[in-house]
Design a protein around this ligand. Structure first.
Ligand code: GAL
Length: 746
């Protein structure tokens, strides 16, 4: 039996590392994981301020369950280099802030005593570690920003289960065994059970004869006899795999049965062609950088799949949280995952770390059915035959079930991987939405091909930018997803990007932000997000969002024409002052690739909602029809008033911090709305918040709305009480205090 102990609460955090910390416990601030070494301001922070060498310390009390066991410490990620000491003994430095590492600390532990675990964490942008070495358009922050566990295991234990399912009901991959005492010629049984819910539907046994290595591998391949349901994006059927040894050591994880293939004709999941339509995700958040717990990571997957109707996400530019990937498995969101890097390729040692990143990424994530391709290049780097042969070979040697790719931006690049992956920023509003495949590859034949970025820096747009800019932002996204969908040459595309993100001073808008998202950093959708969101099946959700705030003088010259409507309705009627002005249909001729093209009102016969007539600016009603029936109505008033402040929490219950668990958090969004509930983008109201109960606010407690919106996260903290509820008070001068209650579960 193994016992996994959460090791996330009550770390001592020293902002400055000194060697004394290796073996003596010193007083410092108490922190819980996930943790960022420095809170970063929302705008105009000094990015250098989080680049330092810090120390974390935590006492591990000897427990009688440790007797005759191996004690492992597992870090899910620490940015960017971490040296672990146990009672002063070093376990070496792990380089790289995105991949996990484990140390067997048994021999350094003192029995019946307290044991000191110290972490020397170097969060500087070290030139010997990818992605560092040159400029990077994103921030990596610093900290032990994912979880840590203590694993109490037998001397022979399962290090990793790399198993995946294919659509012919085959389970394949390998099991890696940790042979702590390097036993030789000992036979061990591996037992693999596949569960459908709580029923075991298949059992498979293998023997392995240990050869005296610290890590031993057993290849696995068998077919499940029972009928299985395939995993796909609409029905993400998952099965539990439980792997155990005769000494009862056991681990479990989910798998899904599916086959993912890229070929010259596109992308096929279980033989069915899917037009890949997605966005890139950075894993950064306001104030805490990367340090967000499971619930918040999972929520991003839900936002991408359910709110934005995407079928794919690219985890630009690094392996992301296991919680995020687990959720992608659960909801059927496909993933392209890639190694850390941005344009720069370092020297031989740097490249060795990068090749090792491929190994760690594939080993950690092999089992996820959602992952359809490994990115084995440094994003947008130059060709490098030897290096990319190494990264590609590493991925292929570990996984022959998935394609490899890797993003470049140069033409005529050498194709080493399975898929030629390109960032195509051709569209500048006028030029074609995408280039032809042959123009990019320079090859005389079509190859498996995919676009991983478009838009982004070509048209940065903020939540509260003027309406015309936001309309163009939206249309650029529409034009490109349409062109990609129509093309037989490309399997699909992921646009740049889902969420605004923090960056270095020499990128973005100077305030350390790239406003490239179709949503802001709080994950609130901008108008451009509606181009994606409106593609949701209209039987699942009826969608109608005009790209307008219906003000007479917001646009140049005035008026709201052309009026673009993101909708999945069959047609839309527009009423002005109660009078039907016009019925309009989707622009199917122009956007033939889209399931739900936008509806565009170009002109109105009586020009009533153009700029011309001062006196007739009136209320607007939009009515969307599906199958001849009214499906949705939206109202917009001629004279919006600041009528309410909506305060919405994503969750009504959070988990208490207990038994070493990580903290939990949820997002609360404040929205200024008019008499119809429409957001008022030019409200910059000052708001203050406070909180009662075992929780705290992440970031500022006094702020002003941005674009009529603001979100903040509330996190659980240590509490001596078993559980108690939290009350968040939102105060403004204009409205009575708003209160949000959140339960804390025991
Ligand atoms: C790409 C790059 C991204 C981001 C984007 C902005 O070249 O790969 O990381 O910087 O540009 O549009």
């Amino acid at each position: 039996m193994r016992h996994v102990i959460g090791f996330n609460s009550d770390w001592l955090f020293h902002t400055k590392w000194t060697d004394v910390l290796k073996d003596s416990l010193k007083e410092a601030e108490i922190v819980n994981l996930p943790h960022n070494v420095k809170e970063v301001d929302l705008h105009y922070f000094d990015e250098d301020s989080s680049w330092f060498v810090s120390g974390y310390q935590r006492v591990l009390n000897w427990d009688k369950s440790f007797e005759n066991k191996r004690i492992l410490i597992h870090f899910e990620a620490a940015m960017s280099a971490a040296e672990i000491f146990v009672n002063g003994k070093s376990f070496g430095e792990h380089k790289g802030g995105y991949t996990p590492f484990t140390h067997d600390i048994t021999d350094a532990l003192k029995k019946d005593s307290d044991n000191l675990i110290s972490v020397k964490l170097d969060s500087t942008e070290r030139k010997d570690i990818p992605p560092f070495g040159a400029n990077i358009d994103y921030l990596c922050y610093g900290g032990i920003y994912r979880e840590v566990q203590i694993i109490v295991a037998s001397d022979i234990s399962i290090e990793k289960s790399m198993l995946t399912g294919l659509s012919d009901a085959k389970v394949c991959g390998k099991i890696i065994i940790r042979n702590s005492e390097k036993k030789k010629d000992v036979k061990e049984n591996i037992n693999i059970k596949i569960y459908d819910g709580s029923n075991v539907i298949h059992e498979h046994k293998e023997d392995i004869v240990l050869s005296g290595q610290c890590f031993e591998e057993k290849d696995i391949s068998f077919n499940v006899k029972e009928n299985i349901k395939l995993w796909d994006i609409d029905n993400p059927n998952l099965y539990k795999v439980e792997v155990s040894l005769s000494n009862k050591d056991s681990i479990s994880h989910n798998i899904g049965f599916r086959t993912a293939v890229f070929n010259g004709e596109g992308f096929f999941l279980n033989g069915n062609k899917i037009n890949l339509c997605g966005l890139n995700r950075h894993q950064s958040y306001p104030f805490v950088g990367y340090a967000m717990p499971s619930r918040v990571q999972k929520r991003d997957a839900d936002i991408l799949k359910n709110d934005m109707a995407l079928n794919l996400v690219r985890t630009s530019h690094y392996p992301q949280s296991r919680h995020f990937l687990d959720r992608c498995d659960e909801i059927g969101l496909l993933v392209i995952e890639e190694i850390p890097g941005w344009e720069h390729i370092g020297n031989k040692n740097w490249q060795d770390v990068s090749v090792n990143d491929v190994k760690d990424m594939v080993e950690r994530d092999y089992h996820h059915p959602s992952i359809i391709m490994w990115g084995t290049r440094i994003n947008e780097s130059a060709d490098n035959h030897d290096f990319y042969t190494r990264t590609n070979t590493m991925a292929k040697s570990l996984d022959n079930t998935r394609a490899t790719g890797g993003t470049r931006c140069n033409l005529n690049s050498e194709l080493i991987e399975d898929v030629y992956v390109m960032n195509d920023f051709n569209h500048d509003g006028k030029l074609d939405p995408m280039r032809s495949q042959r123009a990019i590859t320079g090859l005389d034949k079509l190859v498996p091909y995919m676009i991983t970025e478009y838009n982004g820096h070509m048209f940065p747009t903020k939540m509260n930018d003027c309406e015309e800019r936001q309309m163009e932002h939206t249309l650029r996204h529409y034009r490109i997803i349409d062109a990609v969908a129509k093309s037989d040459e490309v399997a699909g595309a992921t646009g740049w990007c889902a969420f605004d993100y923090h960056t270095h001073y020499n990128f973005g808008s100077g305030d350390r932000f790239c406003y490239h998202g179709v949503a802001d950093i709080f994950r609130n959708l901008k108008f451009a997000g509606t181009a994606y969101a409106s593609q949701i099946d209209n039987k699942t959700k009826v969608y109608l969002e005009p790209i307008s705030i219906f003000a007479r003088g917001e646009r140049n010259v005035g008026g709201v024409i052309p009026l673009v409507i993101s909708t999945n309705c069959d047609y839309v009627d527009i009423y002005h002052g109660g009078k039907l002005l016009k019925r309009e249909y989707p622009q199917s001729n122009r956007f033939m690739g889209l399931r739900y093209p936008p509806i565009v009102f170009e002109v109105f016969d009586d020009r009533l909602i153009g700029a011309q007539d001062w006196n007739v600016w009136d209320d607007i009603k939009l009515v969307g029809f599906i199958d001849g029936k009214v499906a949705i109505e939206r109202q917009f008033v001629k004279n919006p008033l600041f009528s309410n402040l909506e305060v919405i929490a994503d969750d009504d219950c959070l988990n208490a911090v207990k038994n070493g668990s990580a903290w939990d958090a949820t997002r609360i969004t404040i929205k200024a709305v008019d008499q119809c509930g429409n957001r008022l983008p030019y409200i910059n109201l000052a708001v203050s918040i406070d909180i009662d109960g075992p929780a705290e606010i992440i970031g500022d407690t006094v702020f002003s709305l941005e674009g009529g919106l603001y979100s903040f996260w509330v996190k659980t903290i240590n509490s001596i009480e078993e559980a108690s509820n939290i009350k968040i008070r939102v105060k403004t001068k204009k409205f009575e205090e708003k209160i949000v209650n959140i339960r804390i579960s025991k």
